[in-house]
Design a protein around this ligand. Structure first.
Ligand SMILES: [Zn+2]
Length: 183
């Protein structure tokens, strides 16, 4: 796997282009990774709904939960399924809409300067070994491509929007990720 610096895409990875993105502010240095979780409906995996949600094609009448998210236009750069399969929605040089109202180290609007990675999951169910393996590989590629992403700038959504967000949740094993990154 590698990052194509020209297209901003991981290769070879399934690319589903989302219109839920725009350009980053001029001269932005990409210097942060935000780890999230999502599953649609919550706690159900492999439904294909997340991919549709991020692309704006989810039929919100299919599940009662969807009414609560029908107004949202969001995306992430990457989604890692329970099986460790990656889908990319937004090229890295573009701004994906994953963080919402957020702040880190005194800077607001973290979408401007971050890369969003969604893990298929919930706050309380342990993530799959495969997901950690793939996430580690992706982080290693991204930190090589964007060296301003130092370890202290790889954070959870709950770290940058603590009033609103809890993901990736207590189930996410940060020490384990550190261990894999240091190998
Ligand atoms: Zn999140």
């Amino acid at each position: 796997m590698k990052i194509n610096a020209h297209t901003g895409l991981l290769e070879p990875v399934h690319y589903l282009a989302s219109s839920h993105c725009d350009v980053r502010p001029e001269h932005t240095v990409i210097d942060m990774i935000v780890v999230h979780n999502i599953s649609l409906p919550p706690g159900e995996f492999g439904t294909g709904a997340v991919e549709k949600f991020f692309c704006g094609t989810l039929d919100f009448s299919l599940h009662e939960y969807y009414a609560s998210i029908a107004h949202l236009r969001v995306s992430s750069h990457l989604f890692i399924s329970r099986e460790g399969k990656i889908t990319q929605f937004v090229p890295f040089h573009k701004r994906a809409w994953h963080a919402g109202e957020s702040a880190f180290a005194g800077r607001t609007n973290c979408n401007d300067f971050s890369i969003g990675i969604e893990l298929e999951g919930t706050d309380h169910l342990p993530y799959e070994k495969k997901q950690y393996t793939i996430l580690t590989e992706v982080i290693q590629l991204l930190t090589k491509q964007y060296p301003a992403i130092t370890r202290d700038r790889i954070v959870g959504h709950s770290d940058i929007a603590p009033q609103r967000k809890t993901d990736p949740g207590p189930a996410f094993d940060w020490p384990h990720l550190d261990c894999l990154l240091e190998r």
